[in-house]
Design a protein around this ligand. Sequence first.
Ligand SMILES: *[C@@H]1O[C@H](CO)[C@@H](O)[C@H](O)[C@H]1NC(C)=O
Length: 176
Amino acid sequence: MKGYPLFLCLFSMSCWLNLMPTAGNKIFHFGPCRISMSVTEIRSGFTAIKTNIQARDPIRTLSILSYPHSLHKVKSANRCCIARRLINFYMDKVFKHCQTEDSYVNRKISSIANSFLSMKRNLGQCHKQNKCLCGQESTKKFKQILANYERLNVTSAAMKSLGELDIFLDWMEKSA
Ligand SMILES: *[C@@H]1O[C@H](CO)[C@@H](O)[C@H](O)[C@H]1NC(C)=O
């Protein structure tokens, strides 16, 4: 039944949404992995809470994503691996520790988390197809990010990482 998955896909809305560039979506090239997604939507959700989130992070002497040049000049072949690891990082170590007393902020965070979940699925597909290989560079850069994260307690590290989401979004948009 070779045609079966395609057949299913034709009748499954979510599958179509993953394959077809829908309104606001762009095709991103992470090395050999191509995915369609809308960073604009994540960006606007984040912009709405950015000031609020950054005000919860008083530590100015440290950065999680931008030290030392963690995301600069990643070779094309390593971009999928870094994107995938960072998305998993945000899912496992950031969003769930960013609950606030403000339900508006929490709603925005969970909508960003939902967008991340669909990117995670798409990148997971690339990973299964061996299009998301992790070279030394990506392993080294991701280790540095984790080391930065681990210098703070879970709550502070999560707020700081969320406050730096722009850095990751900027980086992803360079792959479009
Ligand atoms: C985490 O660190 C921050 C800043 O150093 C501190 O204000 C906060 O109380 C700490 N939280 C916990 C749960 O240790």
